[in-house]
Design a protein around this ligand. Sequence first.
Ligand code: ATP
Ligand code: MG
Length: 303
Amino acid sequence: MAAIQINNVEKSYRTLKALNGVSLSIEEGEFFGLLGPNGAGKTTLISIIAGLNRADSGNVTIQGHDVVSDYRKARQLLGVVPQELVFDPFFTVRETLRMQSGYYGLKNNDAWIDEVMHNLDLTNKADANMRALSGGMKRRVLVAQALVHKPPVIVLDEPTAGVDVELRQTLWKFISRLNREGHTVVLTTHYLEEAQALCNRVAMLKGGQVVALDTTSTLIKRISGSQLVVKLATGSLPDELKELVSHPEELAFGNKYTLRVNDYNDVEPILAKLRQAGVTIEDMQLQQADLEDVFIQIMEGEK
Ligand SMILES: Nc1ncnc2c1ncn2[C@@H]1O[C@H](COP(=O)(O)OP(=O)(O)OP(=O)(O)O)[C@@H](O)[C@H]1O
Ligand SMILES: [Mg+2]
């Protein structure tokens, strides 16, 4: 049975179609990435999964339990870290987590609360008021809140937005451990290198529709070849090579260009053209395309 089954979900806000027929089946034990540009519909989908928002049509089940008709059970199975920071400023971190436990009917949950706080590096803030915490600290508490009832299915909506490197590492270590122990994890992030490192499978949303769905490694292999990164010491990129640039902002920005190549045989003609144009190369690297390149290609509409 799927951890999360999403069947043909549609959602409109007035005339805007935020979700236009999304179907996804996320299996138990997966570390699944839900990616897409701003406004793609990720948070809308997550709020429907969490039962906080109603789909216009279609349905969602968590381990077989419908998020609308079987809300109580579905809610128990799910922990959601919301994108927006919401909290009660007058409670301490520990009180917040105890209240959240109470909300799930859990008593004597302190051992797990302590473990969660320890793993998110929150222990020394346990008695601090929520309003006294920095933004990154508040986000840690949001993560902790989603985990108080040890939900088998964990959904994180941009948990690392505005979070420092150290916490990101702490957070991913903990979430990866929970995933290894059998928890299903669904992650939304704009840090594609995080998604690439963590997610075994990825769905890309654009304009409320799934435009790509595959294992992370297959997506990277299938969609693009390698890349030749050249940094120029003198001269500028000849026009005939500009169509190979895979990050458009590089054309405006500077002297470093990432050029798409299908295989090693493409490299020599590129170097010849640079030589003919009188360009000298300062640095050069051949690298495998990554998830960010795939994302850019898909979002530009080319395959
Ligand atoms: N409550 C709302 N009322 C009206 N429009 C909304 C509402 N919530 C979301 N939208 C619109 O629905 C679309 C999808 O928004 P959503 O928040 O799901 O995107 P997202 O993929 O999470 O984006 P981001 O990466 O910026 O978080 C956007 O065009 C947004 O403006
Ligand atoms: Mg969002």
